[in-house]
Design a protein around this ligand. Structure first.
Ligand code: FUB
Length: 326
């Protein structure tokens, strides 16, 4: 049977969507994207063009069913601590509750990560009064391991402010490492059983080459930029992420959720538009990549659309590189 939403085509066209975090909840595919908006504000490396104000949850019964928009699941106006920019979210299920994790700027303009809860995977979600204590930067991705431990991976350069947190407190003047120094890795923190608080201060995840040497900041084809995602396949943890300035989705693997992760290769070659951001999910024995590009808006960087395609592993566990337009 032919899918209703074709692979590599926008999942929905009535709104702009980006940064899809896909999960299988209650036997269906749920997608938690950013909701891009049209506006005439500034565009810059600080990411001011990504001025999102709410989240919509999308779902599909399977790949032969239409993609349903469940409407506004959470709005900026309802988040007491947040001032603007609801960026890439993720969701998780535990304790009979659905959790929506999301970054936003606080009242001082500093990116923090918040959490909201719902009894339903489609929301609406009720936010906590305050952001998660000890959280910072952007792009939370929550991975629940087979032993039920939950880890939140996060962090993004430039507008995502990861450079500003080198000392553990926010330094607005801090810059990233020199090209010959190790690149910044994403951060990871285990969540407490309540899924609302961190068990300990976030730690940096190390990404190394096949000789065990850290990937350097000047190695822009391989270094971490933003958009972490962790999934498990055949006993290995796969950390995938965006390389930002070189516009690829790449991945590294480890035997531990704490890393170090050894760089492997490219999952997705560049898409139309500056950003690239994804998730990987298994549904009915097959694996899928959800990602976005700017094809729906004719290439406007802050008006993106979410897509999906099948993802394949080779015999040795490496992932076949996908060309988004073939
Ligand atoms: O959507 C806003 C930001 O753009 C996300 O947080 C980044 O991952 C990039 O996709």
């Amino acid at each position: 049977m032919k899918p209703i939403v074709n692979p590599k085509e926008p999942l929905v066209t009535h709104i702009y969507t980006a940064d899809p975090s896909a999960h299988v909840f209650e036997g269906k595919i749920y997608i938690y994207p950013s909701h891009d908006i049209d506006h005439d504000g500034p565009t810059n490396d600080n990411g001011d063009q990504y001025a999102m104000e709410d989240y919509h949850v999308l779902s599909m019964e399977d790949f032969h069913s239409p993609c349903v928009d469940h409407g506004i699941a959470l709005h900026l106006n309802d988040i007491p601590w947040a001032s603007k920019q609801l960026w890439a979210p993720d969701a998780a299920y535990k304790n009979d509750t659905y959790y929506l994790y999301f970054p936003a700027r606080d009242q001082e303009g500093i990116f923090r990560i918040g959490v909201a809860t719902s009894a339903s995977p489609s929301g609406p979600f009720t936010p906590q009064e305050h952001y998660i204590e000890g959280s910072f930067s952007i792009d939370p991705a929550v991975f629940i391991d087979e032993d039920d431990k939950a880890y939140m991976y996060f962090g993004g350069l430039w507008g995502g402010q990861l450079e500003k947190w080198q000392t553990g407190t926010f330094d607005p003047n801090a810059v990233g490492p020199a090209a010959t120094e190790p690149a910044f890795g994403p951060r990871m923190a285990e969540l407490n059983e309540d899924m609302l608080t961190l068990k300990a201060a976030p730690q940096e995840i190390s990404i190394v080459d096949s000789d065990g040497k850290p990937i350097l900041a000047g190695d822009e084809a391989r270094r971490y930029f933003e958009g972490p995602w962790v999934h498990k396949h055949n006993g290995y943890y796969y950390l995938s992420y965006s390389t930002g300035t070189t516009h690829c989705l790449v991945y590294a693997i480890s035997k531990s959720p704490q890393g170090p992760f050894v760089f492997q290769g490219t999952i997705l070659t560049p898409v139309i538009g500056w950003t690239t951001h994804h998730s990987i999910v298994q549904f009915n024995e097959k694996w899928y990549l959800f990602y976005h590009d700017c094809s729906l808006s004719g290439g406007v960087n802050h008006k993106r659309c979410v897509k999906y395609t099948e993802l394949s592993y080779r015999e040795d566990g490496t992932i076949e590189t996908i060309d988004p337009y073939k």
